[in-house]
Design a protein around this ligand. Structure first.
Ligand code: AMP
Ligand code: GLY
Length: 425
């Protein structure tokens, strides 16, 4: 079968790498792809916002499955256009993608389905938002309703800071994403990401992971798209995972189906593990980046088979996904300046980074006259496995240290929380 994968980040390089390992994958196309993906895919430039062009490409190239990596084309309804043309797509419909596309949609769904989540108030004007603030205590959690590339959440320590942030949001700081703002109660606990596959009916747990959102060691500095991740996240114990499936994931998938918006694809739940159990922070309707890189490193099942089963409503008929019992850990190497203005063009030599079984997934790279150079904020995802988090961390940093990328930097403490737990029990 020929497969088309949409996206250009480290997440998509990891998906391409895994898709290409499947015996059912004949030719893999990636759009726009990146230099790393050229090892296993043919990169082409399609505009994923032009649904007719994507459908036409699929017809001309006998594409049997389209894998949509990022959230924007999902929220814009690309999966619907493909399905209407009889082409299988991995990823939810436009209606179901509202789970990521609108914070207010998800909060109201939680209310209807009695899913544990922070108390909230929706506000469509600055006056209403300032009024609603009175009902909460510091720290204040303010969220732009729509997609804001992971930057639409502000946690304000004081009422004054919250008021100022709200003024900026209603002034258009996040464009139309901030036309509505959700204010919610601050939840205390440790965060974990949880990924499940579903065809709308059957749900199978895939894995847990932990991301590192802040740019600096010790979780200091501004938020980023993610500076590193590891999987599994043992804080999400079997008991907590079952509770999250029962109280959060299952009622979500059931309610979406009952309300005529069946969800298919991967459902990524951001969870806060509070004293009273897991609570939903947010949903994403795609794999996490860089969490996907560690998930793919651990996945032992055939990814094409899993994705086809989601797309065709056959998830109940195939074996549940098998994950390696090892830890996988990925370190993001970013270009200097990230998450502000990253320095582009810095040359990269991967050296012997992959010599000991590590895998370097590319994100913002490009080739210039044969030389690999940085071309974005997050540039490389250096990923390794180990039988413990400590081993995986050591293997990943050994690979990082084999790379020559003078204009790059990375956090040196990815996975430290788990390493500390392994050391001290
Ligand atoms: P989100 O984009 O909704 O995942 O939010 C980004 C980050 O803000 C999360 O990963 C949490 O660290 C934090 N956050 C969001 N909502 C809450 C909340 N209700 N309580 C505490 N922290 C939160
Ligand atoms: N790493 C966080 C995300 O993909 O949303």
């Amino acid at each position: 079968m020929n497969i088309l994968l949409l996206g250009s980040g480290g997440r998509e390089h990891a998906l391409a790498w895994k898709l290409a390992q499947s015996p059912s994958c004949d030719k893999l196309w990636a759009s726009p792809g990146n230099p790393g993906m050229e090892e296993c895919a043919t990169c082409i430039a399609l505009d994923s916002g032009d649904h007719d062009a994507v459908v036409a490409f699929c017809g001309e190239n006998d594409i049997g499955l389209v894998v949509i990596g990022p959230e924007v084309p999902l929220v814009e309804g690309l999966a619907d256009a493909l399905r209407a043309a009889g082409i299988r797509a991995f990823g939810p419909s436009k209606a179901a993608a509202q789970l990521e596309g609108s914070k207010a949609f998800t909060k109201e769904l939680c209310e209807r389905a009695k899913i544990p989540t922070a108390k909230f108030i929706r506000c469509t004007s600055l006056e209403a938002a300032w009024g609603a603030l009175k009902k909460f205590d510091a720290p204040f959690v303010l969220k732009a309703d729509g997609l804001a590339a992971g930057k639409g959440v502000v946690i304000a320590e004081t009422r004054e800071d919250a008021q100022e942030a709200l003024s900026e949001m209603f002034d258009g700081k996040f464009g139309s994403a901030g036309a509505e703002v959700v204010i919610e109660q601050f939840l205390k606990g440790e965060e974990a990401s949880f990924f499940a596959l579903t065809d709308g009916e059957t749900i199978v747990p895939l894995a847990s992971a932990q991301d590192h959102k802040r740019v600096g060691d010790g979780d200091e500095g501004p938020n980023t798209g993610g500076m590193g991740a590891y999987s599994p996240a043992p804080v999400l114990t079997d008991a907590l995972r079952e509770q999250a499936m029962r109280e959060i994931i299952e009622p979500t998938v059931r309610t979406m189906r009952e309300e005529g918006m069946p969800y298919s694809g991967v459902l990524y739940a951001g969870l806060m593990l509070t004293k009273s159990g897991p609570q939903l922070i947010e949903y994403n309707v795609r794999f996490g980046d860089p969490e996907c890189q560690v998930l793919m490193m651990r996945l032992e099942s055939d990814l094409v088979e899993l994705m086809l089963a989601c797309a065709e409503g056959r998830l109940g008929e195939i074996e549940t996904p098998k994950m390696s019992g090892d830890f996988a850990l990925t370190v993001v190497m970013a270009a200097e300046g990230y998450p502000g203005t990253p320095k582009k063009g810095g040359s990269i030599d991967l050296g012997e980074a992959e010599a000991n079984g590590a895998k370097v997934f590319h994100a913002g790279t490009k080739r210039e006259d044969g030389q690999l150079v940085a071309n974005g904020g997050r540039v490389l995802n250096v990923t390794a496995k180990g039988s413990t988090a400590t081993d995986a961390q050591r293997n990943a940093y050994e690979a990082v240290d084999a790379i020559d990328f003078a204009d790059g930097f990375c956090r040196r403490d990815i996975g430290q929380r788990e390493v500390r737990r392994e050391r001290h029990g």
